[in-house]
Design a protein around this ligand. Structure first.
Ligand code: AMP
Ligand code: MN
Ligand code: MN
Length: 321
């Protein structure tokens, strides 16, 4: 495993960026690295670029240092992407990424082609936070940095539940705990706590969800007008797909929310039999075998038809349908 320190020789300016619609692993890894560099390499000029994270992450130190706009002419010695599976996922800082002297890509997505000059991509790893942890010097990780890294591991493992959780993941979580983090608060604040309207939208989406493919696939949709009615933002909708997935008998869960008249952002989850990364990649997205995403054009019916055809094909191949 490449160590971070070996990549910092001769470097003066560093940019850190995650992916569009940042999730817990994205925010946790970007902020964990930012804090680590600030604390251990104070002579480096480090900037962190992200879209504004959702409210639940406010316990992470220096969240107010996040920059949401990147000046195109800025040239960094080193640009580090975390949890971004493809260049088009970088979002706000993409032009700076292009202009950087050296690009280091740290990730755990199986669909990542390795778009950096140097790539540390570990598909078996639970999270980008876990990959990053392995690149750092353990004794240089502060309590604040540990809290950020723990956040990412918690989110991408569904609180140590998903099959991406390994004994090494638990060991790392233990090491981070020993740094003195308030782990119960982190899990509650960033993962479980939802606003009243978030719960209302979750309830409504579940109530209106449909079972297709003989009960093997569940689909939940949130339209633009629902989001307007409840005054809810897209970043507040995560977690809905997880609830859909745990419906008994279901092999695949599809959650989609409308992003414009004829466009839906889709989240796919699998209970094992279906490779949702392959389906998301086919439609121009990506992700992991059991959790992936993409954006599709058309009406909600078009999108559901297109996706379920692929899910059906995989289920038939495995003779589950
Ligand atoms: P989501 O359903 O959006 O929470 O995403 C599930 C997983 O798929 C995450 O690891 C995302 O980073 C990845 N993912 C989601 N959307 C895309 C996309 N359009 N392209 C590539 N990867 C994606
Ligand atoms: Mn992510
Ligand atoms: Mn991740």
């Amino acid at each position: 495993m490449i160590k971070l320190a070996s990549q910092l020789e001769g470097i003066r300016t560093v940019a850190i960026a995650g992916h569009v619609r940042p999730d817990g692993d994205c925010v946790g890894s970007c902020m964990g690295l930012y804090l680590y560099l600030k604390e251990n390499y104070p002579s480096l000029e480090t900037d962190v670029y992200l879209e504004e994270p959702k409210e639940g992450f406010s316990y992470i130190r220096d969240l107010d240092q996040i920059q949401t706009i990147c000046r195109e002419e800025q040239t960094y010695d080193l640009f580090i992407t975390l949890d971004a599976s493809a260049p088009d996922r970088i979002g706000v800082a993409f032009s700076c990424f292009e202009h950087a002297e050296k690009r280091l890509c740290i990730d755990h997505h199986i669909s990542n082609p390795g778009f950096g000059d140097i790539n540390v991509i570990v598909p078996d790893s639970s999270s980008s936070c876990e990959v990053l942890f392995e690149m750092l010097e353990e004794e240089k990780i502060s309590t604040d940095c540990a809290a950020a890294l723990y956040t990412g591991i918690v989110h991408d493992t569904g609180v140590f539940q998903y099959s991406c959780t390994s004994s090494r993941t638990m060991t790392i979580a233990g090491i981070l705990m020993d740094k003195g983090i308030d782990f119960s608060h982190i899990v509650d604040e960033s993962f479980y706590t939802k606003s009243y309207v978030q719960n209302q939208v979750l309830g409504r989406c579940l109530m209106e969800s449909i079972l297709v493919l003989d009960g093997k696939c569940i689909v939940g949709v949130v339209n633009e007008k629902d989001m307007e009615f409840y005054g809810i933002q897209a970043k507040e909708l995560d977690g809905i797909v997880s609830q859909l997935r745990v419906t008994r008998g279901v092999e695949a869960a599809v959650f989609m929310y409308q992003t414009s008249a004829q466009e839906y952002k889709v989240s796919l989850r699998s209970n094992g039999a279906v490779d949702v990364s392959a389906i998301a990649s086919y439609f121009g997205g990506g992700g992991h075998v059991k959790a992936a995403g993409c954006t599709l054009q058309g009406s909600s019916y078009d999108v559901i038809n297109n996706l379920t055809l692929h899910i059906e094909k995989q289920l038939r191949e495995k003779e589950i349908l």
